[in-house]
Design a protein around this ligand. Structure first.
Ligand code: XIL
Length: 387
C-alpha cells in the first residue's frame, strides 16, 4: 500500500476521543486493530482540493471513464439528481431495470419500458450505458424458480440472453454478461456458486452466455463481473484465485470475454487491504489479455463512528487508497460507483446503521453536495497514469 502510517500505540482515551472505542470493542478478531489504526490515520489527512472539472472529465483526461449506477424512477422524477448524473458522469448503468425481475414479468413476456427509458436518457445526454446483468443467481422472478427444469432451461436461458442483448445491440458500452458466479468456498462445483443455471445447465452455462451475447451484439465489451476480490484475508485470496482460474479457463476455451468487472463494494467489516496482492491480481488478469473495470464502487460506513465529518474522512481515505492502487494498473479502463449520491444508495437498506443515522457511502451527500469522497476520487483520477 502506498500510504498507511501505522499508529500502533493508541491509548483507549485516544480511541474514545474519535469514537473508536465502541468499534474496537465490538470487533473481536486480532486484525481489527489495523482497522482502528487506519481510521485514526485517515482523520489526519487533508482531502480538500480544487481539482477542476467533473469526475468524468478528470477521468477522461487520463483516458479513463467515470460513471455511476442509476435507478430509473430517480432519473425520471428527481431532476436535481438527474442533472448531477449528467454533470458528473460519462457512463450510467441501470441498477435494476436490466435484471430478470424487471424485464421478465412472465416466461413469455419481456417488459423493456424502464430499460428503454434509461437508454433514452443516456442517449439524449451523451452518456454511454453499461448493461447489468444478463445472468445472475439473484433477482430472478418467481416463475423462473417455479418453471425452469432440466428440459426447458436451455431454451429459456438462450432466449433471454439473445433477446435482451439483441434489443440493445450497438447501444451498450459493456455487458456484465455473468454476475457473481464464483464463491471463495471450494464446494462440489469447484468454486462455482450454487445457482439455478449451474444446477440445470452445468458449468458451461458461463461460456455459453458469453458466446450468445457476442452473437447478439458484436460491439459491447463482454465482462465477467464479481465481488469479494478487494480486501486482504483468506476468503479474498481464495476468491481472487478462483476468479483468475475461471478467466483463464474461459480464455482457453475461446469464450469471447473482454474484461473483468470488479464490483468494489468496500466494506468496513473487512477494511484491511493488501495492495501488493491486489496489484498482482490485476496484473495477472491483464496478462490474460483481459481489461478491468471497477463496476460498483462504494464504501460501507455503517460501522464507522457517528460523527459525519470523521466518517467522511475515513470513507474518502478508503476511496483514495483503493483507487490509487487499482488505477496504477494500465488494464483498468474506468470505474462506476454504485450510485452517485447518498440520496439513493442500496446500502441504506442493505447495511443500515444501528444508530439510525443515514449512511454516507457515495461521492455526493443526500443534498447532492460534493463530499470528501468526491475529492478523493477526483484526486486518485488526477494522479492516475494516462492510458
Ligand atoms: C442491488 C441494487 O442496488 C438494489 O437496488 C437491488 O435491490 C438489489 O441489487 N451486486 C450487484 C448488484 O451485482 O446488482 C446489486 O445491486 C448490488 C450487489
Amino acid at each position: 500500500m502506498k500510504r498507511r502510517h501505522a499508529l500502533r500505540l493508541l491509548s483507549t482515551t485516544a480511541l474514545a476521543a474519535v469514537g473508536c472505542k465502541t468499534l474496537a470493542q465490538s470487533r473481536q478478531e486480532p486484525s481489527d486493530e489495523i482497522g482502528v489504526e487506519y481510521i485514526i490515520e485517515s482523520l489526519e489527512r487533508d482531502f480538500s482540493n480544487d481539482i477542476e472539472g467533473s469526475l468524468h472529465e478528470i477521468a477522461l483526461s487520463k483516458g479513463l471513464f467515470y460513471g455511476s449506477s442509476t435507478k430509473s424512477p430517480a432519473l425520471k422524477k428527481d431532476l436535481d439528481f438527474s442533472r448531477q448524473v449528467v454533470h458528473e458522469c460519462g457512463v450510467i448503468v441501470p441498477e435494476g431495470c436490466l435484471k430478470w425481475k424487471a424485464l421478465r414479468p412472465s416466461a413469455n413476456a419481456f417488459d423493456f419500458s424502464r430499460a428503454d427509458f434509461t437508454y433514452e436518457f443516456a442517449n439524449k445526454n451523451n452518456l454511454l450505458m453499461r448493461g447489468h446483468t444478463l445472468v445472475w443467481h439473484k433477482n430472478l422472478p418467481n416463475w423462473v424458480h417455479e418453471t425452469v427444469d432440466a428440459n426447458n432451461a436451455e431454451q429459456i436461458y438462450h432466449q433471454h440472453i439473445t433477446a435482451v442483448a439483441k434489443r440493445f445491440s450497438g447501444k451498450i458500452h459493456s455487458w456484465d454478461v455473468v454476475n457473481e458466479a464464483v464463491t471463495f468456498r471450494n464446494g462440489s462445483s469447484n468454486y462455482l456458486r450454487d445457482s439455478i443455471w449451474l444446477d440445470k445447465l452445468g458449468p458451461s452455462y458461463i461460456e455459453t452466455a458469453f458466446h450468445l451475447t457476442r452473437e447478439s451484439d458484436s460491439n459491447a465489451l463482454l465482462v465477467y463481473n464479481d465481488n469479494g476480490m478487494d480486501h486482504a484475508g483468506y476468503r479474498y485470496d481464495k476468491k481472487r484465485e478462483a476468479v483468475l482460474n475461471l478467466l483463464s479457463d474461459l480464455k482457453a476455451k475461446g469464450a469471447p470475454i473482454d474484461a473483468l468487472g470488479i464490483q468494489g463494494h468496500l466494506c468496513f467489516r473487512d477494511l484491511e487491504f493488501d495492495f501488493s496482492k491486489l496489484s498482482q491480481f490485476l496484473s495477472d488478469v491483464s496478462s490474460l489479455g483481459i481489461k478491468i473495470l471497477i463496476t460498483e464502487l462504494d464504501v460501507t460506513d455503517s460501522k464507522l463512528f457517528p460523527n459525519p465529518d470523521n466518517r467522511d474522512k475515513t470513507v474518502a481515505a478508503i476511496y483514495e487508497d483503493y483507487l490509487s492502487c487499482v488505477l496504477d494498473e494500465a488494464a483498468v479502463i474506468g470505474l462506476t460507483t454504485w450510485g452517485l449520491s447518498d440520496r439513493y444508495t442500496w446500502l441504506s437498506e442493505k447495511r443500515p446503521r444501528k444508530d439510525g443515522l443515514p449512511v454516507r457511502p457515495l461521492p455526493l451527500d443526500s443534498e447532492l453536495r460534493p463530499k470528501l469522497a468526491r475529492n478523493a476520487i477526483a484526486r486518485a483520477l488526477k494522479n492516475a497514469p494516462s492510458r
